[in-house]
Ligand binder design. Sequence first.
Ligand code: ADP
Ligand code: MG
Length: 484
Amino acid sequence: MSGIIHGETGDFEMVIGLEVHAQVASRAKLFSGAPTEFGAEPNTQVSLVDAGMPGMLPVINKVCVEQAVRTGLALNSKINLRSIFDRKNYFYPDLPCGYQISQYLNPVVGEGEIEIDLADGSSRTIGIERLHLEIDAGKSVHDIRPDATHVDLNRSGIALMEIVSKPDMFTPEEAGAYVRKIRAIVRYVGSCDGNMDQGSLRCDVNVSVRRAGEPLGTRCEIKNVNSVRFVMRAIEYEAARQVEVIEDGGTIDQETRLFDSARGETRSMRSKEEAHDYRYFPDPDLLPLEFEQSWVDELAASLPELPDARKARFMADFGLKPYDAGVLVGDQDFAGFFEAVADGRDGKLAANWVTGELFGALNKVGKSITESPVTAAQVGTLIDRVSDGTLSVRLAKEVFEFMFESGRDADDLIEEKGLKQVTDSGAIEAVIDQVMTDNPEKVEEYRAGRDKLMGWFVGQVMKASQGKANPAAVNKALSEKLKG
Ligand code: ADP
Ligand code: MG
């Protein structure tokens, strides 16, 4: 997916900026003690503050603030020692106060940058504009009764971090890589579970197009996109739509759109003329947030190893290529599993088995790495059996399938199923002799100069040995014997 759109009147480039909403991992809400558990019965996790009762006062949850600061640090961004909560005023049935508490001109985290990892192994730096804290709204439920809308306030007041990028991305792939990187970072930090299916991480996608060298075009904002794949598809559709409008002589209206994933298209929700004037002003119920630098330093010191550092370590210690290392560290559990397999072994071999065989098998049955039927130690032993010559790679793959089905150890299965590779030269030579006796005309042809028949002989010998002969030993013995 390139970022260039070939229009009828020339090429256009897409420009993308993302606003990621990440739900803060915290047991209580941002300004109340109500719980935040996902999937609870409607309106069972609502305090008087979250319901907007008159006279209630918000009380800041320190854990949420810590999580925002730790995330800001992990995004290599400036931590503002003084920030302000504002009221963003609008009416909506799921917003009982008539305003959302957010941060506008003075967010808790300012500018920064992160690296994204692309499939060709290269990296790019993407600017972060800001990270601010805000509360989530409730949810309108339209499908209980045909003539009424219900409101569930469980989500009302839950802390969100809004992470705003600069318009620094130029292809759908870069936007996808950015979302994956943000998700990996918040997961490593532990500030958000990064679960896009449950809406803990969702994305507003800003897209514009321009011809090479032109200033930024007018953008459209696609709201609440909830998977990496949809982010990429929405961008592709939206950019192509904008080019068509421009080439038809029209102009792009700055508007809010939604992505219909079933149809793969974006549709207008509201135009700029209908846009809200939010009348932001500092929330008089809340004091400015003020930190000591020493407190921020303590939080910085408490951060775990982050994805980029781990990636660099995987490349240095295990000789992995940048992209493979990037894929592995993208998921903490996956990276941990790999590290356990690679410990004391050839890192590239370990990476091949974990990202190839194991990952493929897990995908097939729809399981995550934490549900893997085989442990890291078991995969490690299997690799050892290849290294010590007990198994050929082909046999090892067969053993792996049995392991994955049964959860049993490699050694058990090798023993039980008689899957040991045959390296004994006497046994291999006996098979070769048989094959040669059965196919005298092929031996003639080979000796007359048809070198290509070598492959055919190897195949016959492997077949006769039921795949158990050591391929290197077969090749060696065959060339000797065929020479005559
Ligand atoms: P708003 O508050 O209206 O959403 P922001 O200034 O916060 O506006 O910008 C929102 C997002 O839009 C940012 O991620 C920014 O990078 C992106 N953006 C701004 N201008 C453009 C543009 N011309 N094309 C694509 N993205 C843009
Ligand atoms: Mg916005």
